[in-house]
Design a protein around this ligand. Structure first.
Ligand code: DAT
Length: 173
């Protein structure tokens, strides 16, 4: 039996996945796992995408590494993509959404520029990660969360904690 639900936080880079994931972990005791960090720490890459200016993730190695953790439960998985995660991994999926001008400023502050900056803002405007989540998982699993302001983050934390309490009740935890 799982110790808790597994939650996916997804969305364009800069929407606030790691900030929300870390806060949520602190407040709930769930474990936050950044798939980007996991891949970096273990070198789970398979080449470099020059056009996107980022390493190419080795999906199979990531999935192998995550399998036992997911089975244990109580994980917050954070990644800017989701189609390669099986649906059985997650009890709920949140897609964080940020207004394009706010996202532009956050990514510029992170040092993104030129095509990389434009591509990521366009990705958000075109709903790419939202569509990917909706195409990958059942409709009732996928929820969009606004992530523009600190108030949004507080509301999101409250909403997820309410959902978590209900999940625990329903699953006898
Ligand atoms: P991601 O993990 O999706 O790449 P992040 O958590 O690193 O994004 O956040 C990017 C920046 O935006 C970081 O400086 C923190 C800030 N931020 C995140 N969520 C926010 C929110 N709801 N309101 C204001 N700033 C936020």
């Amino acid at each position: 039996m799982k110790s808790g639900p597994n939650i996916l936080l997804t969305g364009t880079p800069g929407v606030g996945k790691s900030t929300l994931g870390q806060q949520l972990a602190e407040r709930t005791g769930l474990e936050w796992i950044s798939v980007g960090d996991l891949a970096k720490d273990n070198n789970f890459f398979d080449g470099y995408d020059d056009e996107r200016d980022c390493p190419i993730l080795d999906d199979d190695k990531v999935l192998d590494e995550l399998e036992d953790m997911i089975e244990e439960g109580g994980k917050i998985i954070d990644y800017h993509g989701c189609e390669f995660f099986p649906e059985r991994f997650f009890d709920i999926v949140f897609v964080l959404r940020t207004n394009n001008t706010i996202l532009y400023d956050r990514l510029a502050a992170r040092g993104y520029q030129g095509k990389k900056l434009e591509d990521n803002v366009t990705c958000e405007i075109m709903n790419v990660l939202r569509d990917e989540a909706q195409d990958s998982y059942a409709e009732q699993l996928v929820h969009e969360l606004p992530s523009n302001t600190i108030e949004d983050m507080e509301n999101n934390l409250e909403r997820i904690m309410l959902w978590l309490a209900a999940w625990k009740r329903d699953n006898g935890c």
